[in-house]
Design a protein around this ligand. Sequence first.
Ligand code: G6Q
Length: 540
Amino acid sequence: MRNELSQWRVLQEHFESMRELHLRDLFKEDKGRAEKFRLEAAGWVLDYSKNRINQKTMELLHQLAKTCGVEQARDAMFAGEHINGTEDRAVFHVALRNTSDEPMYVDGKDVMPEVREVLHKMAEFSRKIRAGQWWGHTGKPIRNVINVGIGGSDLGPAMATKALGAYAQRDLRVRFVSNIDATALAENVRDLNPEETLFVIASKTFTTQETLTNARSARRWLLDSLKDTAAVARHFVALSTAADRVAEFGIDARKNMFRFWDWVGGRYSLCSAIGLGLMVSIGPERFFEMLDGFHAMDEHFRKAPMEKNIPMTMALLGIWYINFFGAETHAVLPYEQYLQRLPAYLQQADMESNGKSINKSGKRVTYSTGPVIWGEPGTNGQHAFYQLIHQGTRLIPADFIGFARSQNPLGDHHDKLMANLMAQTEALAFGKTQEEVLAEGVDSKDVPFRTFEGNRPTNTLVSKELTPFSLGALIAAYEHKIFCQGVIWDIYSFDQWGVQLGKVLAGKVLEEISSESEPELSHDPSSNWLIKWYRENRKT
Ligand code: G6Q
């Protein structure tokens, strides 16, 4: 077990000497601290000085990472080894954004020609749609593109399409339907003309209940209006690894399918064909800039020494809080409205990857693994949940993300936005002492309520501007952070058996709630009652 390693034990001892230290003192003691704990790569700066660490902490964390083989594991991923042990697959999303000329091999085969071929096909298709040269069945140009997919086949492109909204071709509507709740589809097509609408069915396996149900209903919606099954060919394309199932659905897999590969995990698939909706929205050139950003951070992750490595540093700070301070959650707080879906995206990336409790030897771990990830854009969160971060009983490490420039400069909005970001991290770190509160003339009985302990750790990640490049680099940094943590916890970060469970569980209940005759129920009494209640009440 990792927590039996001597490096872990040494960290535990070191923690005892750090737990009471206040960031106020750490900053007082070391005037060079802000500079010392600042890193730069791929257009991003990480200021991690407002963390409850000193030089020694970082050294010990580096030793732990080295002993756990983080660097070797990283090299194994880039070498296309089958590091996804429970599915015996390579984890090779880094090849999707390899914008260099270097080959990248999986099982002895250079995958780059195929990667480039699909990107080229996506670019041609996107250009046609954007130029109004992809005509629907009745000859009208497509103006609406609806991505139908869920989980990894939705969150990435949905998040990035919002994030890069400033670069969108505004006369095209690109929307995302994921939930099996019919409201999702109904609300997204209600104002659309079927003649001008194209559905992108995004499913790696092409078996996912939600996606196939929505896809079938979308086909019905289209055919109810166009009344000719031949219309499907002009109004449906697929993003998948499963050509046979795509063909079965009625989509021409040769012409209208964009493929990817089993070495692309769903939640790591934004740079694959799964990004088609995004590419249609921002155009191929911007999409390729995003790949450049991913690649720049990949290269940094691959080549920078541990002490200068942004993803590794973020990972180690997370380990420090989760495994030594006992933090259970981690907040992601972008001060950028366009990044409103980033917390949800990272929730999947992190929690599906590191929400594991069995180590690689099949044993239950005796330490905490992945945290609960959550967050909202600032400043909205400040008027809601920040209270708990400032004065609650829990320690909640947080990432503050901001940009020097706004995509929508308007008066002093951006200065105010960024002033809030800076003021929050300062207040979280340094708080307000009793003396300071008293000096403000506060009545002594009110002092305890107005005092802020501070010592709340934060990372600040800043970049000049939210561009496709900076977005790509930011996402890659988080991906690699998650990777390093998984290695340190000795878990398999690239499977998701819990998701698979969900995919089969509902089948039995569905049969029971929809059966004509009264089913014999053999669940627990609570579930039996719920099924009966639903059967009695579902009919109006
Ligand atoms: C991601 C998960 C999961 C998956 C969805 C959709 O890593 O595996 O979120 O992406 O369940 O799966 P399909 O793309 O196969 O429909």
